[in-house]
Write a protein that binds this ligand. Structure first.
Ligand code: CP
Length: 380
């Protein structure tokens, strides 16, 4: 089967009305979207991937500017934003958040209005402090939406969450696309979302939260495991229980990595910070107290060191149903995952990561372009 034919088949399976209903939508949390909308978004990402692989160009938004602001480090997401923008014919610009006037107290609303009036899509990464990132993005969106409404503009400037304190939508959607490719029907497939040891830094909670609140919506059997004290934001755990009940899936939590791995079809072991210390960080950050922040980070890493046995190694993979190993990357090799498991998964991990560029393309194009399906079918 040729790649172009595959693209045609994917296009035929997309409901044009469902795709049209995504017009104007921003992506701030996957839980803001209906499960059907997310499925349509994934199909659209799959279509963009098939077109790209077939060499079909998709310059839908020439002479447009896509701005992203990162308040934290990134390799994959920054390059996916740039890669998606280039494939759509637009120019990407990525700012370091600390180089903007936000560092001098400019409000999120003002930042959103200023950046949005000069561009055609906005992305933000703001993931380090609980309670702040998603709130910032919503305020930035309000800033640009208010400006556009007041100026009578019909431009759509979607806002894309490129990782916040609650969710990492472009990651979890890329993961979902990878799972759809590998397994097709995801109902009943068992995934272990497990904490794993990291000596490097107290990582955000948004990846595990994003996974449990997305994969439970598609009938998967999601097992969350972590040591005591490494809870996630309670609302996300409550949501995961509710979504699993609604979708006919399952969601369980536990304190054993071995139990979570038993008979799993997929494992997703990754580290995150201790919940109480992540909360302590909020106040220290508000005070701008760098010494306190450094001390909290040191205590977090000391706490992590009590759990060095939480590693995804060959023994643990042996407990699974020949599971697919997944990670958002970068992984701490020798801590979160053994070198041997990592070596065996390297190509699969790159393929998982590569889905993000098509997810960003789908988010931007679905939000901005009316009759997107018709236009892409013509390009075919
Ligand atoms: N997984 C992920 O978001 O990678 P980056 O932090 O490199 O963007």
């Amino acid at each position: 089967m040729s790649a172009a034919l595959t693209a045609a088949e994917i296009a035929r399976a997309i409901d044009p009305n469902a795709l049209e209903s995504l017009h104007g939508k921003s992506m701030l949390l996957t839980s803001d979207w209906a499960a059907d909308e997310i499925a349509t978004l994934c199909q659209t990402a799959e279509l963009f991937e098939a077109l790209d692989r077939a060499g079909v160009k998709t310059p839908l938004f020439e002479h447009q500017l896509n701005l992203a602001v990162f308040f934290d480090a990134s390799t994959r997401t920054k390059s996916s934003w740039a890669g998606a923008s280039a494939r759509l014919g637009s120019t990407p610009i990525v700012f370091d958040g600390s180089s903007t006037q936000v560092s001098h107290g400019e409000t999120a609303e003002e930042t959103g209005a200023m950046l949005g009036m000069n561009s055609h899509a906005l992305g933000f990464r703001h993931d380090l402090i609980l309670g702040e990132g998603n709130t910032f993005m919503r305020s930035a969106k309000k800033g640009i939406d208010d400006y556009l409404a007041a100026s009578g503009s019909e431009r759509v400037v979607p806002v894309v969450n490129l990782q916040c304190d609650v969710d990492h939508p472009t990651q979890s959607l890329a993961d979902l696309c990878w799972l759809r490719e590998r397994f097709g029907d995801l109902r009943g497939k068992r995934i272990a979302v497990s904490w794993a040891y990291s000596p490097s830094y107290a990582k955000p909670l948004s990846v595990p939260q994003g996974l449990i609140t997305l994969l439970t919506r598609f009938g998967m059997d999601v097992r969350l495991a972590h040591p005591e004290g490494y809870d996630l934001i309670p609302e996300t755990v409550e949501q995961a229980h509710r979504f699993a009940a609604e979708s006919g899936g399952a969601f369980t939590t536990g304190g054993s990595m071995d139990e979570a791995f038993a008979d799993a079809d997929i494992v997703y072991p990754k580290s995150w910070g201790p919940y109480d210390l992540m909360l302590e960080r909020v106040e220290a950050n508000r005070r701008g107290d760098r010494e306190a922040l450094a001390a909290i980070e040191k205590r977090a890493l000391e706490r992590n060191r009590r759990h060095t046995d939480w590693i995804c190694d060959e023994r643990r993979m042996g407990l699974t149903n020949e599971a697919l190993y997944m990670h958002c990357l970068p992984a701490d090799i020798g801590a979160e995952v053994s070198a041997g498991v990592m070596d065996g998964a390297r190509v699969d991990l790159a393929r998982e990561a590569n889905k993000k560029v098509y997810v960003v393309m789908a988010l931007l194009a679905a939000a901005k372009q009316r009759n997107l399906l018709g236009i892409l079918e013509e390009l075919l």
